[in-house]
Design a protein around this ligand. Structure first.
Ligand code: AMP
Ligand code: GLY
Length: 423
């Protein structure tokens, strides 16, 4: 079987490594992938948003199955185009990917179907939004409607900050058309949990829960990033909470999408906050999370391709999706300066003994030499029977990876360990 994976980050590397465990797969193509994946996939110089070229490549090379991993091509309709060309695909079609592509859509969906989320208002012009902010509770949360490279959410601690956020999104258009409409919502508190799930539009099977660490520096200080590390499972996500989420959030969301004529197939990601009033949805993503995937997939015991195909074929109810007991940890190594300005082009050394546990996000080959080429360069992972050991092993593996200007957080999982110990 020939499989292609659209995307080029650490998440895609984790998907490719997991797919490789299936012995029926003879070749995996990464479009475009990155130099750090060259041992695991054939790199094809086609961008993640170049849907026309993806379809041509898949057809010319008789690809048997395609996995579309990133948000942009999903929201742009890559799955529709590939499916029309006769290529079976993992991921939602364009009509369903709107659950991530438009926050106005997802908030209205939750309101219509009684799915717990923060209270909110939608605005399509800055004047009305600013007037509303005169009396809105502070802190408040301002969200651009469309995709914004994960930067479209601003938590405003003061009224002035809130007004500035509205102006920058709606008047200065810092996120382009994504800021034509905005959501202003209630500020919620509580531990955050990421729950990725497989769904074929009928059955929804949650994967092991996880916890992201979004801030750049230890102690949750510094700027927001794409994610500096993850652990799974998330200790705040108890069996009772999982049951509540299944009944009040997961099944209702899948059913709501069906009722809207937007049946969702693929990976539906629930970003949850466990508030004093119960679990609420912070955001939906229409795809695997990054770097959540780097801890979730190593714990998947079942064959990933089989499960993915079941979401496409509508046979998930008859498919075993099993996770290992134990825990996983991922420590992201980034380039000094990330998420702002940083230098690239430094040689990346990964000891052979840990190569299987490293998911590369930002690197490229210069001849035979792998060099850094991004803010988040890679994620170093490991698994063990418990989180404490998984973290210890992941941090030991970090010592076997090096590049100039590397930095990483030293406290990934610290909060989770405290929660496990009841501190
Ligand atoms: P997002 O880009 O949607 O993942 O949001 C980024 C982060 O903003 C989330 O992970 C939360 O930490 C925070 N956030 C989003 N919405 C809210 C909210 N209503 N209340 C408190 N924090 C929020
Ligand atoms: N880690 C958050 C995301 O993938 O959106």
């Amino acid at each position: 079987m020939k499989v292609m994976v659209v995307g080029g980050g650490g998440r895609e590397h984790a998907i490719i490594k997991k797919l490789k465990e299936n012995k029926n797969i003879t070749e995996i193509f990464a479009l475009p992938g990155n130099g750090g994946m060259a041992n695991d996939a054939t790199l094809v110089d086609i961008g993640a948003k170049d849907i026309e070229a993806q379809v041509k490549f898949a057809t010319d090379n008789r690809i048997d199955y395609a996995v579309v991993a990133p948000d942009d091509p999903l929201v742009l309709g890559a799955v529709d185009a590939l499916t029309t060309a006769g290529i079976p695909c993992f991921g939602p079609n364009k009509a369903a990917a709107i659950i991530e592509g438009s926050k106005v859509f997802s908030k209205n969906l939750m309101k219509k179907y009684g799915i717990p989320t923060a209270e909110y208002e939608v605005f399509s012009n800055a004047e009305d939004a600013i007037k509303y902010l005169e009396t809105a509770p502070i802190p408040t949360v301002i969200k651009a409607d469309g995709l914004a490279l994960g930067k479209g959410v601003i938590i405003a601690e003061t009224r002035d900050d809130a007004v500035n956020a509205v102006r920058s999104m709606m008047e200065d258009k810092v996120f382009g058309d994504s800021g034509n409409n905005i959501v202003i919502e209630e500020f919620l508190t509580g531990p955050e949990v990421s729950v990725l799930s497989f769904t074929d539009g009928k059955t929804v099977i949650p994967m092991v829960s996880s916890m992201d660490h979004k801030r750049a520096l230890d102690g949750d200080k510094g700027l927001n990033t794409g994610g500096m590390g993850t652990v799974a499972p998330n200790p705040y996500y108890t069996d009772d909470i999982a049951k509540t989420c299944m009944e009040t959030i997961f099944i209702p969301t899948v059913e709501a999408m069906n009722k809207e004529g937007r049946s969702f197939k693929g990976c539906l990601y629930f970003g949850l906050m466990l508030t004093p009033k119960g679990p609420k949805v912070i955001e939906y993503n229409c795809r695997f999370g990054d770097p959540e995937t780097q801890v979730v997939l190593p714990l998947l015991e079942s064959d990933l391709l089989t499960v993915m195909q079941a979401t496409t074929n509508g046979t998930l109810a008859d498919t075993e999706v099993k996770f290992k007991n134990g825990a996983a940890a991922c420590v992201v190594m980034a380039s000094k300066g990330y998420p702002q300005k940083y230098d690239s082009g430094f040689e990346l050394k990964i000891d052979d003994t840990v190569a299987d546990k490293v998911y590369v996000a930002g690197a490229k080959l210069d001849g035979d030499i792998l060099k850094t080429a991004g803010g988040r360069v890679l994620g170093v992972t490991d698994t063990a029977e418990n989180l404490e050991t998984a973290l210890k092993k992941a941090y030991e593996n970090v010592k076997l990876v090096s590049f100039q200007n590397a930095f990483y957080r030293n406290d990934i999982g610290a909060k989770a360990l405290k929660a496990i110990k009841g501190e």
